[in-house]
Design a binder for this molecule. Structure first.
Ligand code: TRP
Length: 452
């Protein structure tokens, strides 16, 4: 059994929030909100975080702290039969799919940060060229190219490996303690800038004034996928992190803090991006995935004083958010490999991350030279994104809730949420009710409705 623990409560929160806050908040959330009706999406999203996210997070925390291992080992340690242990394997698989495209986007952010530092991103070659066209061409060459995106992606994989090789306290915890405060400072800085822009009010109205006619099962499904993705649920990342929680950690409080901060960052991002986009008259532009962050935002920066400065800090923010999430997803695979094969953490890092050189490589190329190759109308990149967030994560969370709520002998959550009876947890009956009845049924309903 693992005896590694996080060294301090601050470090524990920094690492767990670091996992949750990532590209999902900065890159995926605003794009999803824009495509799914703005405020209406936000409302459903908030509902999912509280009704499904927090209970599902507590289930992962309980399994991890009781089982003291990665997703598979923890299930085994708490006495799950073999078929149920496979839920952990499903998680590891989903992890590779997510890392497949996540590392690629993280690579782009590094590339954009570098191009902002050197100023190349903002150098105008043809005077009078519309900015949108300029940044579209830039995106095509930075993201759609062959070698640079590939090298940046591999760079992120190696960086992740180097951090993880240092272990839980000296790697994950130490890096999170440095990067998370940095993220908060940059975020607040942008917040002040965005809210003092000329048309901030209109942007905020789009984001906060709901148009209920925009609601549909598809919106509910997309909000569900986004909630699981953003809270790092459904694939055992939080099971693994919780195995590093000391026995006296208050799990309920931790889950509420982590989910609250993650939600706050997403809402803040909306409050930064929509006013900015509105103020520079770019709202008609497609905000789909990559274009929002890699075309529309550079356009916004180009309208401001010191574009290179703002752009550098923004992509720094994005890289910081990305890397602390990358390490969390990869950690599950690393611990699992090291456990199974009884090898050292360093060797396991190499072995677990090596396949990604190819998987992420394929994702990277699917945005450029291989973009014509599609499965069910989706590029490899989009396929990995959709299948993992909208299918694998909800199913993973569903199975884990069914296991803990119905199959495992009752009492696991009670024991874990009250720290063996030494802590009062007034929410316990509500949480157990949600885990047994509401979470599985709602996830199933949304999955079915979203696919018919
Ligand atoms: N939550 C992260 C984000 O918002 C991504 C992430 C980290 C993740 N770990 C995860 C997603 C585990 C799903 C499962 O960017």
């Amino acid at each position: 059994m693992s005896t590694t623990k996080f060294a301090s409560r601050i470090g524990l929160i920094a690492a767990t929030v670091g996992s949750a806050v990532g590209l999902g908040n900065v890159w995926r959330f605003p794009a999803e909100a824009q495509q799914n009706g703005g405020a209406a999406f936000l409302l459903v999203y908030i509902a999912w975080v509280f009704i499904l996210g927090i209970p599902a997070m507590l289930v992962e925390f309980s399994v991890g702290r009781a089982g003291e291992g990665d997703a598979v080992t923890s299930m085994r340690n708490i006495g799950a039969s073999r078929p149920w242990q496979r839920v952990g394997i499903l998680g590891i698989l989903a992890g590779y799919m997510i890392l497949g495209f996540y590392m690629v986007v993280a690579g782009w952010t590094l590339e954009y940060m570098w191009q902002s530092i050197t100023g190349a991103l903002y150098s105008v070659e043809t005077p009078g060229q519309p900015l949108k066209e300029l940044f579209m061409t830039r995106m095509d060459s930075y993201i759609g190219g062959t070698w640079w995106p590939l090298i940046c992606t591999w760079g992120v994989i190696i960086l992740t490996g180097l951090i993880l090789a240092n272990g839980v306290q000296k790697g994950i915890e130490r890096i999170s303690n440095v990067l998370m405060p940095m993220l908060v400072v940059i975020l607040l800085l942008f917040m002040v800038v965005a809210l003092t822009l000329p048309k901030a009010g209109e942007g905020l109205a789009f984001f906060f004034d709901p148009d209920f006619s925009a609601l549909s099962p598809q919106v509910a499904l997309n909000a569900l996928g986004q909630a699981f993705f953003s809270l790092s649920l459904g694939m055992g990342v939080l099971v693994t992190y919780a195995s590093y929680f000391p026995k006296d950690t208050n799990l309920t409080r931790t889950a509420v803090t982590v989910s609250g901060l993650d939600l706050a960052v997403s809402v803040l991002m909306g409050m930064i991006i929509f006013p900015a986009v509105m103020s520079f008259g770019l709202q008609g532009e497609e905000m789909k995935g990559a274009t929002l962050v890699f075309v529309t935002l550079p356009e916004v920066f180009a309208h401001m004083d010191f574009p290179c400065f703002w752009s550098t800090i923004f992509f720094l923010l994005l890289s910081v958010a990305a890397i602390t999430s990358c390490i969390s997803i990869a950690e599950v695979a690393v611990v699992w490999v090291s456990d199974r094969m009884k090898i050292s953490r360093k060797k396991a890092c190499v072995l677990a991350l090596a396949p990604l050189l190819i998987i992420s490589g394929a994702c990277s190329l699917s945005q450029g030279p291989w973009s014509d190759f599609t499965i069910c109308g989706l590029t490899i990149f989009n396929l990995f994104d959709t299948v993992s967030s909208n299918i694998l994560l909800p199913i993973g969370a569903l199975l884990l809730c069914v296991y803990v709520g119905w199959v495992h002998a009752p009492g696991l959550m009670k024991k874990e949420l009250t720290n063996n009876g030494s802590l009062r947890c007034r929410m316990l009956p509500l949480i157990i009710f949600l885990v047994r009845w509401i979470v599985p049924v709602l996830i199933l309903m949304v999955l079915i409705a979203g696919f018919i």
